[in-house]
Structures are given as structure tokens and as C-alpha cells.
Design a protein around this ligand. Structure first.
Ligand SMILES: Nc1ncnc2c1ncn2[C@@H]1O[C@H](COP(=O)(O)OP(=O)(O)O)[C@@H](O)[C@H]1O
Ligand SMILES: O=C(O)c1ccc[n+]([C@@H]2O[C@H](COP(=O)([O-])O)[C@@H](O)[C@H]2O)c1
Length: 261
């Protein structure tokens, strides 16, 4: 089969190598940064994510709120409270799939391609970095997600401020009397304790700070992450010609693959 493909003029070796080269180049020049923006209900996650999207290049948002199960599938406890603030109330597997799909093909998500950031002068080899912000109140207590984060933030609020903000918001279904104290806040404390015990590399943010201050702090931090990502990029050049390959190395390509034919 392979032999017949190779003998067929339309599938010449050159064509196959061209495709391989293009695919390799595409992978080499596309990087993704997955940012978790977790934290307490009404901590300002959605607000901050939307502001970041406006100022960061090639940025998309996935919201955990879009993965809540319908009311009929959410359990009710003996007090009559719908148990929305637990992992079981969410389609977490679907959320992981959405993130992984985005990671496989971020360029298809409709974001505009940024200006070339890292160009090897003679070859105009552009590195595209795509950023995904995942925002939600229960991000870090679900193991399959934990290997995906490049950076994690966690917004906190004191009890009084959280209760005040929550009381101004209408969910569907609306909070019933005693719901915040009886379910929402205790679940928040439980998951936050779990996180503090298990994870060290989380950046905690004080949600009572102004929106501008929070934006500026997280923005600068992400820019640092982008720099690190770009500095780690290497270049592979595939050639059949030794002299040409040596020349390419002197132009900044860090790896060479020689093909003998
Ligand atoms: N830094 C902030 N300071 C004061 N209020 C804020 C701040 N960020 C967001 N808010 C307000 O808090 C409420 C909840 O914000 P939202 O972004 O929807 O929170 P979350 O997505 O964490 O539930 C909204 O009324 C929003 O305007
Ligand atoms: O979106 C829903 O279907 C939904 C229905 C009922 C309640 N919620 C609440 O949504 C909260 C999490 O979202 P957020 O934006 O407040 O972080 C959580 O505390 C739930 O109690 C969400």
C-alpha cells in the first residue's frame, strides 16, 4: 500500500515531506496557555475574565456556569436545598472535553490571529500563542482538570461581602431562604480547604480590590507567562542538503533533521 502510494506521482516523496514539514512547523509555531480563574461565587470571575479577553491577544473564555445540569438532575437534600454547589451538579467531563478540543485546535475558535511575535528573520516563521481562560467556582477540585493549567488564580471574598453580592443576583432557580448560609458558603469553605491542603501553585486574589487593580495584577502576571512560553520555543529545520541545514542553524534554528535520500 505504502509502496503504491510512493510510486504514484501524486504522492511523491516530496509531497509527503512537504506535508510533514508543514505539520511540524504548525505544531512548533502554535502554543497554548490555559489559565484557570476560579474562586468564590460573585468573587468577580466573569467580570475579570471578560476584561482580560479584551486586552490579551487570541483569547477565549470557557465558563463553568455553562456546564450546570438541568434542575431536574440536581439533587435535593433533606432540608429541600437543591445541591448546586457540588461537582455532581455539573457536567464536568463535558467541560474537560471542551477545554481539550480548544487546545487541539485553538485557531478554529474564531479569535483573531495576533501580529507576528517571534520571527526568524529570513524565514518569517511566526509563533502564534492562544490563550484560554476557564472561569468557574469549582475548577480545582476535579482531578482531570489539574494537569491542564498553565496558571491558576483564585478569587476570594469575606463572608459578608460575598453574601451581599449574592443577594443582588438572581439565579435560575433563585436562592431559597437560608440557601447561602446552609449550602453555598459551607460548600465554598469545604472546597477551598481541600484546595489549600492539596495545591501550592495557586495565586490567591482579594476580590474586594477594584476591578482595575485586579485586571492590572493578573494581566502583568499572564504577560510574564507568555514571555516564558515564547522563550522556550525551539525551531526544527528539515533538509536534504547538509550545507543548507548548517546555514539554517546559524540563522537561529535550534534543531536540525537531516534526511538522507
Ligand atoms: N472588583 C470588584 N469590586 C466590586 N464588585 C465587583 C468586582 N468585580 C465584580 N463585581 C460585581 O460583583 C458581582 C459578581 O460579579 P461576577 O463577575 O458575575 O462574579 P462571579 O463570576 O465570580 O460570580 C457583579 O455585580 C459585579 O459587577
Ligand atoms: O447556572 C445555573 O444553572 C445555577 C442554578 C442555580 C444556582 N447556581 C449557582 O451558581 C453559582 C456558581 O456561579 P457563580 O457565577 O456565582 O460563581 C453556584 O453558587 C450555584 O449555587 C447556578
Amino acid at each position: 500500500m505504502l509502496l503504491s502510494l510512493l510510486l504514484n506521482e501524486e504522492f511523491s516523496l516530496a509531497t509527503i515531506f512537504d506535508r510533514e514539514k508543514e505539520e511540524l512547523r504548525r505544531k512548533q509555531t502554535m502554543k497554548v496557555l490555559v489559565i484557570g480563574l476560579g474562586g468564590v461565587t460573585n468573587g468577580g470571575k466573569t467580570t475579570l475574565a471578560k476584561k482580560l479577553k479584551k486586552v490579551l491577544p487570541n483569547c477565549d473564555i470557557i465558563s463553568q456556569d455553562d456546564f450546570f445540569k438541568p434542575e431536574s438532575e440536581v439533587e435535593t437534600d433533606e432540608r429541600g436545598f437543591k445541591l448546586y454547589d457540588v461537582l455532581d451538579a455539573l457536567y464536568m467531563d463535558d467541560m474537560v472535553k471542551s477545554i481539550r478540543n480548544w487546545m487541539k485546535n485553538p485557531a478554529s475558535s474564531g479569535v483573531v490571529t495576533e501580529e507576528p511575535q517571534n520571527t526568524c528573520d529570513n524565514l518569517k516563521n511566526t509563533v502564534h500563542v492562544y490563550i484560554l481562560i476557564v472561569e468557574g467556582f469549582l475548577l480545582y477540585n476535579y482531578e482531570p482538570l489539574n494537569e491542564l493549567w498553565n496558571r491558576r488564580y483564585f478569587l476570594t471574598l469575606p463572608y459578608e461581602e460575598c453574601k451581599r453580592r449574592r443577594s443582588t443576583r438572581v439565579y435560575q432557580p433563585a436562592d431559597t431562604p437560608g440557601y447561602f448560609d446552609g449550602h453555598v458558603w459551607p460548600m465554598y469553605l469545604k472546597y477551598k480547604n481541600e484546595l489549600e491542603e492539596n495545591a501550592s501553585n495557586v495565586v490567591y486574589l482579594d476580590g474586594t480590590k477594584s476591578q482595575e487593580e485586579l485586571l492590572s495584577c493578573v494581566y502583568s502576571d499572564i504577560i510574564q507567562e507568555l514571555k516564558k512560553l515564547r522563550e522556550g520555543i525551539s525551531y526544527i529545520f528539515i533538509s536534504q542538503n547538509k550545507n543548507q541545514a548548517t546555514d539554517m542553524k546559524s540563522q537561529g534554528w535550534t534543531s536540525l533533521i537531516m534526511i538522507e535520500m
